[in-house]
Design a protein around this ligand. Structure first.
Ligand code: NAD
Ligand code: UGA
Length: 531
């Protein structure tokens, strides 16, 4: 065995001693050459990490750590048997470009997926917690505050099973000062064990998670300011230092790290609501939102990213994290600040309802009994995730007007789409095994069909709604689609990905978010109705 393989690559204070060892075997004394490695630092054994929560964050994050730190043992654990089985199979539970390759390189070597949560937590030196933190559905703070049930139960389990000192890392997005509550839970049952809590929020985006983890723009680590806190920060920093340059690793106090994550998501969502607000004004004035975005992007003080107008932002985090921020502001008596952030969500809801309104009003004020093809259901391209996707609200809005939907998404399963459309709004961000197994037909889904491809979805349709910006949709043969549709044939591009000029040449009546509106559409009723 090469002992050096068991040490972090950057460990410089390790010494290898060669010695001779006398062993009595088979009635003979044998002299063995024997390597003993000693270390001047405390690094005496292989570092073991445990990631609690094998979801969109826990799975890819721990897999990339395993890839970049072959000398570290990584166990990813979850209470969901089906998730863990999928991580151990050829079909991973989440779709992320490049993830399969990373997992295949490490799984069974220094990366394992297991439901034996307690054993791996007990054995680990550092525990990363990436469990769900959804919006609270009931009780105090319902509809805004973060529901820390899953975090708390993970913390209680850690307190119950641990028999040695641990570093506990918050990877989940949590309200500022969560570490304090976790510390209290752990301290209450500490049995003399010392815990250091660190905040190490995750900034990955779905669809580019592996790339974001391999080349992060920053790694943020917050910890206590005392010597033990600083030592814990250093240990976590040393792990990231295997592949992230030091200038990208920011260390702060723990509250700043927790709040920075909420602020980060709030700023990003605010930018989307800002450009979406502009898109409404563009439609009213004849300006073109993509041209306005381009002009803004050239201002170095603004920058080019997150300026794409859309049917609204989705995803598991933006809305819940802003609501969480709003709740924290309210709890601190900062009503004006809370109202400021609330507006970001209001504009997002307005954008979705405005889109539905545009579809219905353009099609002679009724979509009752009309087939509408919905292209794209995921909350963005390159992911199979549908949590809080704007497609849910748009589809529900259209179904509310008695439309017949034919939905196609390259990555989202039929069952997932039906589940999402029949599910209560508050269930979507809880662990998968707590969600309904499948949709029930009694939930108004009689008018929902799931198509195998874009051509099947659009055949005989009256209109098409583009709700996710999948690259595949740009390559559709729209002449063929037009020929197979009812006339007049409408396209409503909620992602601004299609060539409006070409579509109009073919004969479509086209609406594209934030673009000058055709005379036909302009004449239609144009007032937004909230959901
Ligand atoms: P997820 O639902 O995909 O994964 C969470 C996992 O935790 C689930 O598999 C669930 O079964 C498991 N779990 C819950 N309680 C557990 C417990 N007590 N013990 C063991 N396992 C448990 O959620 P996610 O998208 O990975 O998000 C997790 C956290 O990371 C959230 O706080 C989220 O805000 C944050 N976050 C998410 C993203 C993202 O892109 N999805 C990015 C950054 C941060
Ligand atoms: C977002 C953040 O970008 C990550 O930094 C953060 O770690 C993560 O949330 C999280 O905490 O969960 P993600 O939700 O995966 O990542 O995806 P984004 O690329 O941010 O897109 C979010 C939504 O905004 C999508 O619906 C997307 O289509 C929409 N969007 C994005 C726009 O409508 N316009 C844009 O210009 C950009």
């Amino acid at each position: 065995m090469d002992c050096r393989a068991a040490l972090p690559a950057h460990d410089t204070d390790t010494a290898f001693l060669l010695s001779w060892v006398l062993v009595f075997s088979d009635n003979k004394f044998l002299l063995f050459e024997h390597f003993i490695f000693t270390t001047i630092s405390n690094q005496r054994k292989m570092v073991k990490l445990c990631g609690i929560g094998a979801g969109y964050v826990g799975g890819p994050t721990m897999a990339v750590i395993a890839l970049k730190c072959p000398s570290i043992e990584v166990a990813v654990v979850d209470i969901s048997q089906s998730r863990i089985s999928a991580w151990n199979s050829d079909k991973l539970p989440i779709y992320e470009p490049g993830l399969e390759n990373v997992v295949k390189q490490c799984r069974g070597k220094n990366l394992i997926f297991s439901t034996d949560v307690e054993r791996h937590v007990q054995e680990a030196d550092i525990i990363f917690v990436s469990v769900n933190t959804p919006t609270k559905a009931r009780g105090l703070g319902a509809g805004k505050a973060a529901d820390l049930t899953y975090w708390e139960s993970a913390a209680r389990m850690i307190a119950d099973v641990c028999t040695s000192d641990k570093i506990v890392v918050e990877k989940s997005t949590v309200p500022v000062r969560t570490a304090e509550a976790i510390e209290q839970i752990l301290a209450h049952k500490s049995k003399g064990i010392k815990y250091q809590i660190l905040s190490n929020p995750e900034f990955l985006s779905e669809g580019t998670a592996v790339q974001d983890l391999l080349e992060p723009d920053r790694v943020l680590i917050g910890g206590n300011e005392g010597p033990e806190g600083q030592e814990a920060i250093k240990k976590l920093k040393d792990i990231y230092a295997h592949w992230v340059s030091e200038d990208k690793i920011i260390t702060t106090n723990i509250w700043s790290a927790e709040l920075s994550k909420l602020a980060d998501n709030a700023f990003l969502a605010q930018r989307i609501s800002s450009i979406n607000a502009m898109s409404a004004l563009c439609e009213a004035t004849g300006a073109q939102v993509s041209q306005v975005s381009l002009a803004l992007s050239k201002n170095p003080k603004i920058g080019p990213r997150f300026l794409n107008a859309s049917v609204g932002f989705g995803g598991s985090c933006f809305q819940k994290d802003i609501l969480n921020l709003v709740y924290i502001c309210e709890c601190n008596g900062l009503v004006e600040v809370a109202n400021y952030w609330k507006q970001v969500i209001k504009v997002n809801d307005y954008q979705k309802s405005r889109f539905v309104q545009r579809v219905v009003s353009s099609m002679f004020n009724t979509v009752s009994g009309k087939k509408i093809a919905v292209l794209g259901f995921a909350f963005k391209k390159d992911t199979s995730d549908t949590r809080k996707t704007p497609a849910i609200d748009v589809c529900k809005g259209l179904l509310g007007d008695d439309a017949c939907l034919s939905i196609y998404d390259p990555r989202v399963s039929a069952d997932q789409i039906k589940k999402d459309l029949s599910m209560n709004n508050v269930q979507w961000d809880h662990p998968i095994h707590l969600q309904p197994l499948s949709s029930s037909s009694s939930n108004g889904l009689e008018h929902v069909d799931i198509a195998e491809d874009a051509y099947e979805a659009t055949k005989d349709a009256h209109g098409i709604c583009i709700l996710t910006e999948w690259d595949e949709f740009k390559g559709i043969d729209f002449q063929r689609v037009f020929d197979d549709m009812q006339k007049p044939a409408f396209v409503f591009d909620g992602r601004n990905i299609l060539d409006v000029g070409k579509l109009r040449e073919i004969g479509f009546i086209v609406y594209s978010i934030g673009s000058p509106v055709e005379q036909w559409l302009n004449n239609s009723v144009n007032s937004a109705v909230p959901f």
